[in-house]
Design a binder for this molecule. Structure first.
Ligand code: ZN
Length: 324
């Protein structure tokens, strides 16, 4: 038996049961009135006959609320409501995105799931929404280490050694700046930033990192003043080929960047700057919930599914020229 032979990956009734167990651990909840009490399970209901399906299609997971008399399914109010795709295919997509360390392209989803490219693209962006953590509590704490660093996505300068970059080429046309915070042994948070000044990085650090933490950065000017607010701030000077000085290093965040870049260049190729934050949410999600922290593919998919509610995209997005 393989993971892919689980019934919820091919059987629609089993897919509904799986998602209901995750989103309704205490039983069905009516999305219209919030009633958790009496409801009726409706079976044998079919959609209206059509040319393609003269007998209609069986409607799975359909309930009727005893309070407001409205019908509902577990898809309502979730990312799953936005497409008519069978739920078991959604579950396949979630599993693929959660188990591929570098991500999976919309082109590959389109081929594997046998859906149109456009559908695959929409699915992937909605699943990224479900992966978005929204975690507001600060990272780090007294005695904890938080590494901060920036990287450049989408330009040639990004791949150069930090000391060899042309400062005028950085952040230019086509290059996007990503700032990432990693707590050693803990979670990661990435942001798409406009520049690397203290004015930009200060609020990011103050809003996301406990000031009792030890902050580890390179000698980037944006960190200099900001770092003084933390219990400890160590800077390693990459331009002098200094990478590790005792417990002062930023190898953890650099390891994250290498995964991100292999994904971005190998899988997603060109990511439009308008969607970059969605891809960062995806990579942050997988890294934060990584195997080294005891979270396997199934547990990761469970976590992504727990986030499908209330995460509908608030505006319409469409595939860019690059497909990313
Ligand atoms: Zn109701």
């Amino acid at each position: 038996m393989s993971v892919l032979s689980r019934p919820y990956f091919y059987d629609e009734a089993a897919a509904f049961e799986h998602v209901e167990a995750i989103l309704w651990p205490q039983g069905p909840v009516c999305p219209a009135c919030g009633n958790m009490g009496k409801h009726y399970k409706l079976t044998g209901v079919r959609t209206k006959p059509s040319k393609k399906n003269p007998e209609g299609i069986e409607r799975h997971g359909l309930y009727k609320c005893a309070e407001c008399r409205k019908q509902f399914t577990v898809r309502m109010g979730t990312i799953f409501e936005e497409s008519h795709l069978p739920l078991h295919k959604w579950l396949q997509a979630v599993h693929l995105m959660c188990s591929s360390k570098k991500g999976i392209s919309a082109h590959q989803l389109h081929r594997v799931l046998e859906v149109t490219y456009k559908t695959a693209w929409f699915l992937a962006h909605r699943i990224r929404e479900a992966m978005r953590s929204g975690e507001l509590s600060p990272m780090g704490a007294k005695g904890k280490f938080v590494e901060a660093d920036t990287t450049y996505i989408g330009g040639k300068e990004k791949s150069k050694h930090v000391g060899k970059r042309n400062p005028k080429a950085i952040g230019g046309v086509g290059k996007q700046i990503v700032h990432t915070l990693v707590e050693r042994g803990g979670s990661v948070r990435s942001h798409h930033v406009a520049d690397v000044s203290g004015k930009t990085l200060g609020p990011l650090l103050f809003n996301n990192v406990d000031r009792k933490s030890a902050l580890m950065t390179d000698t980037g000017g944006g960190y200099y003043r900001v770092g003084k607010a933390f219990a400890r701030h160590e800077m390693v000077d990459h331009s002098k080929d200094e990478y590790v000085r005792g417990d002062a290093y930023s190898n953890t965040v650099e390891n994250y960047f290498s995964i991100l870049k292999r994904g971005v260049t190998g899988v997603y190729q060109n990511i439009s700057k308008h969607h970059l934050h969605r891809y960062l949410a995806e990579f942050d999600f997988r890294y934060t919930n990584r195997a080294a922290r005891g979270i396997d593919d199934n547990a990761r998919a469970f976590l992504a599914l727990s986030g499908v509610r209330g995460r509908r995209l608030t505006y319409r997005v469409s595939p860019g020229v690059s497909g990313a």
